[in-house]
Design a protein around this ligand. Structure first.
Ligand code: CTP
Length: 398
């Protein structure tokens, strides 16, 4: 089952952490969810209608008394696959517990039969207040999913429980609630990320601009979908991802060793790393003085993907092709050639001219598959591309 095209209502209530729901909205869209935001009147003090309209690409209704002929609370409630209230204030929890319906959001909640997830975020004393504790218990008993607030520094400067959780944790809760986690369950996914560095001397190296963001997005997306993920990461600054085995490497030969060691058990192998094609023939043990640094003799690194493909059992293997030509100017042809030479199931072509895409959160390109089919990917987040690639790999696995 897939999250793409599913309708989510994001109810935003009047807590300072309402701004964090802007990121949550983006991440929901990355997963392919279609999101209707219903902000309460109080929440508009923190994030305004214009922001929600721009981010969601949808008209924002806050009032029950607009477009009455469309009966908005009923029509929104009917099409929702899930409702997330984030942040959920003590006030909305109290209203929900008592079935109060005095605005668009609370009416929508009452009119909906979809699963409801609340993300409480408030000051510690409000969270621990017996009234809130009892309201939470009532909601839990009715099947509402409560994503527990985190502990740490609060807006007031105090430290305690009540923090708005990470978007990824809220989305995990949503996917679990919708039973969307299962499509890669039991599968092992091996991913490479970042850019290798080939030492010249203890100070210098040959490297590239790869940030690792695409490989990490793939790893994260695969893990969210239930896969067991091993990520071989070369020199990336991206933070660790809980539940994912990360093997850190520096050079191409270390990357090759780590990938070869994990290849046989993998079902899907995705080579998002930028591997240095060459390395210095010799690594100087001491820093080479600039007067001696006139030229460096280089030798070829093995093509890791080719080596892996030659050992292919029934793995689905996907590569990346970073080109400096546009798709219609030889770029796509080059990518298709790499797909053939490396015996891949698919390759993602992207045009990296003038530093585009490296280090960015978004990407655009073309997915080419072994049967010659091409799918253009317009500018999307790297998470969205990750899910597209995983959909394709899963399809190939059959
Ligand atoms: N790759 C690899 N080992 C290498 C070089 C590349 O496994 N020594 C992988 C990359 O991770 C990527 C794919 O092969 O998935 C294509 O890499 P790219 O750098 O675009 O192409 P190259 O084969 O290196 O060809 P060229 O440098 O001539 O464009």
């Amino acid at each position: 089952m897939n999250s793409r095209g599913r309708e989510i209502v994001l109810g935003v209530t009047g807590g300072i952490s309402a701004y964090k729901s802007c990121d949550l909205l983006r991440r929901l869209q990355d997963h392919g969810f279609l999101v209707t935001v219903i902000p309460t009147r109080a929440s508009l003090n923190f994030v305004g209608v214009a922001t929600w309209e721009a981010l969601s690409g949808r008209e924002i209704a806050t009032d029950l008394w607009n477009n009455v002929h469309q009966v908005p609370h009923v029509s929104i409630a009917k099409k929702a696959d899930a409702i997330i209230i984030a942040p959920a204030t003590a006030d909305i929890l109290a209203k929900m517990a008592h079935g109060i319906a005095d605005d668009l959001l609370t009416n929508t909640l009452l009119a909906s039969t979809a699963p409801v997830i609340v993300v409480p975020a408030m000051h510690t004393e409000m969270w621990l207040n017996p009234a809130t504790v009892s309201n939470i218990e009532t909601l839990r008993n009715r099947g509402v999913v409560v994503i527990e607030p985190g502990t740490g520094k609060l807006t007031s400067g105090d430290v305690g429980v009540g923090r708005y959780p990470e978007s990824a944790d809220i989305i995990s809760g949503l996917l679990e609630t919708l039973s969307l986690t299962s499509d890669l369950l039991g599968k092992r996914v091996l991913i490479s990320a970042g850019g290798t560095r080939e030492a010249i001397d203890p100070v210098r190296y040959i490297g590239n601009h790869s940030s690792g963001k695409q490989g990490y997005a793939l790893a994260h997306a695969a893990a969210l979908r239930g896969a067991k993920v091993t990520l071989v990461s070369a020199n990336s600054q991206e933070p660790n991802i809980e539940g994912i085995e990360i093997i850190r490497v520096v050079s191409a030969s270390q990357m090759q060793e780590a990938l070869e060691a994990n290849f046989d058990l993998a079902d899907i192998v995705i080579m998002a790393a930028a591997v240095a094609d060459v390395r210095p023939a010799e690594i100087s043990s001491g820093k080479i003085s600039k007067s001696e640094l006139k030229s460096i003799e280089l030798i070829q690194n093995p093509d890791i993907l080719k080596v892996l493909s030659s050992r292919k059992r029934d793995q689905v293997i996907i590569g990346f092709a970073a080109q400096t030509q546009a798709a219609d100017n030889g770029g796509l042809a080059q990518a298709a050639k790499k797909l053939q030479e490396k015996a891949l199931d698919a390759i993602y072509f992207n045009d990296v001219s003038e530093g585009a895409i490296f280090g960015a959160d978004e990407t655009s390109g073309v997915i080419v598959t072994a049967d010659g089919a091409e799918e253009a990917v317009p500018r999307v987040s790297k998470v969205t591309l990750a899910n597209k690639i995983l959909d394709l790999a899963l399809n190939k696995l059959g």
